[in-house]
Design a protein around this ligand. Sequence first.
Ligand SMILES: C[S@@+](CC[C@H](N)C(=O)[O-])C[C@H]1O[C@@H](n2cnc3c(N)ncnc32)[C@H](O)[C@@H]1O
Length: 283
Amino acid sequence: MTTHKLIIGDSRKMSELKDRSVHLVVTSPPYPMIKMWDELFRANKCKTYDDMHKWLAGTWKECYRVLVDGGICCINIGDATRTINKEFRLYPNHVRITEICEKIGFRTLPYILWKKPTNKPNAFLGSGFLPPNAYVTLDCEYILIFRKGTLRKFFPHDKDRYTSIYTKNERDSWFSQIWDDIRGVNQSNGLINQRTAEFPEELPCRLIKMFSCINDTVLDPFLGTGTTMKVARDLDRNSIGYEINKDYIDLIKRRVEWGKQHLGKEKVHYEIVIRKRKQSKKI
Ligand SMILES: C[S@@+](CC[C@H](N)C(=O)[O-])C[C@H]1O[C@@H](n2cnc3c(N)ncnc32)[C@H](O)[C@@H]1O
């Protein structure tokens, strides 16, 4: 049996979760300096790039607390370019998050570059074909990978670990640094009147198979439409998702096929907690 718990609340405080109770984090936060997230950051009193990363750091600290020793944290993030006060520059979110996670205590592991296949040539940022004033297009996102402490320990021949084995082809393709075979998804989800920034299922699918075993617990502290939870369930992992926006509840339920049994499995248990200001309500 696997259990899937959706918590509607702010993941900067995951008081529902005990220390060392999660084996893997797979997530994608709101991206600092990307316009679609301006309102959320503004509503949380983040005025500057620094403020935004300080705000997100609250969640990274909690991820560190709840991970088991040897647990892995995978963060999908893109950098941003923006012109402010007539000055165009890069905001390297992946660098900031790496520095912050290292300060928290995480060990940085080699990251993955997710290059979305596209039919379009580079959107040229600059003028004409004359050097030197054009800019390189941001056409990759990062999947940053961190570990809490040293290697995770197992008993010899641990059954769940051996059942979770991947193939040679999977290993050869997934553990290479550039993933250029996963398309992004259409962001205008007809079920909600806003862009969702969801990632394609293949992304959490690979990461969950690479960095967790069946019956482990996978956490997504920025659950969005519920992609990580759905995939974790399909792969026989337990899951926990935090989402701050309660408008997403129906969308997540639909996405996860809430209440439905997993193909051929005996039982799947679903739970929602909607936090009130000072207490949380179970339904
Ligand atoms: C980039 S989206 C995640 C998309 C997700 N990977 C998917 O496939 O749908 C980030 C999500 O985090 C939520 N969020 C932002 N700040 C949060 C916080 N402090 N706690 C919990 N959720 C938060 C946003 O409402 C948004 O749905």
